[in-house]
Design a protein around this ligand. Structure first.
Ligand code: UTP
Length: 295
């Protein structure tokens, strides 16, 4: 059995929901308090046992490469100012993981972004973590749960969570092969549709930014025609792989935030600040004051 040891983080989208900030900076670099989203995603991959990470970028995303590199001048200046702990912290980031980059030359969709990883991945199963989906683990990282499921089934695994029925039109929704009980963490899927009208949604289980995929997907992607919005859709290609092998959904645990959405970003910022010992008490007091003033 082949181990899942490589991950792809597609981060070459236009981020139109977060304009104007994303005109000049990638949404993956938006900080949650003081740490860019992409840092948490790379950390999740490492904690899930991934050795090599490929980030799909574009020409406006150099700041991500700088973030995972060493910045000697900054470190030297911090040391001169006797801020050694801070100098060590920024240095550590460069040795978090083996991070590689490739540019998607045109934003032709998520499927096309994944296809850019073909020669990096070769002929082995691999993980995908979307660059704007942040998951705070309960016990195990979300990707680790998917990799455990892959080790069990050795086939494509989609990371899913239940969403409110009224929001099913915003996501890829799976069709479970039988009724899913609350204790079912892994179940077989018979179909997978992108953003169905609410009344046609086959379930409330939405695919949320985590996948373990098999290498046969690349050949399919090479022949996948542009779908919704003129983009090459990952969903269309994954559906095609069902001719080769079954499809499973892993109902992962953890709190998921959509950082590409303004409200999702605000929620993550508040929740993270509340959990920090340096900021939590101040933020809590401020929220209480706001709530009182609103009454
Ligand atoms: P999204 O649709 O959430 O990202 O794509 P977007 O296109 O950047 O955002 P909006 O809708 O315009 O605000 C899901 C993921 O796929 C990546 C994105 O970076 C994001 O992580 N993606 C999307 C690519 O890498 N390339 C693309 O051509 C499209």
């Amino acid at each position: 059995m082949q181990r899942v040891r490589k991950a792809v983080i597609p981060a070459a989208g236009l981020g139109t929901r977060f304009l104007p900030a994303t005109k000049a900076m990638p949404k993956e670099m938006l900080p949650i308090v003081d740490t860019p989203t992409i840092h948490f995603i790379v950390e999740e991959a490492i904690k899930s046992g991934i050795d090599d990470i490929l980030i799909i970028t574009n020409s406006t995303k150099n700041s991500m490469e700088n973030y995972f590199d060493v910045n000697y001048e900054l470190e030297m200046r911090l040391k001169q100012a006797h801020k050694d702990a801070l100098a060590d912290e920024v240095h550590q980031i460069a040795s978090l993981a083996n991070v590689y980059y490739i540019r998607q030359k045109e934003p032709k969709g998520l499927g096309h972004a994944i296809l850019c990883a073909k020669s990096f991945i070769g002929d082995e199963p691999f993980a995908v973590l979307l660059g704007d989906d942040l998951v705070v683990p309960q016990d195990k990282p979300a990707l680790q749960q998917l990799i455990d499921a892959y080790n069990d089934k050795q086939t494509t695994i989609l990371g899913v969570q239940k969403v409110p029925h009224s929001e099913t039109n915003k996501y890829g929704i799976v069709s479970p092969s039988k009724e899913v009980r609350p204790q079912d963490t892994l179940f077989k899927v018979t179909d997978f549709v992108e953003k169905p009208p609410v009344e046609k949604a086959p379930s409330d289980y939405a695919v949320l930014g985590r996948y373990v995929l098999t290498p046969d997907l690349f050949e399919i992607l090479e022949h996948t025609q542009p779908g919704v919005g003129g983009e090459i859709q990952l969903t269309d290609a994954i559906r095609q792989t069902m001719k080769n092998h079954p499809l499973y959904a892993c109902n992962f645990t953890g709190e998921r935030y959509d950082i590409g959405d303004k409200f999702g970003y605000m929620k993550a910022s508040i929740d993270f600040a509340l959990k920090r010992s340096d900021l939590g008490p101040k933020v809590r007091d401020y929220i209480k004051k706001l709530a009182k003033d609103m009454q």
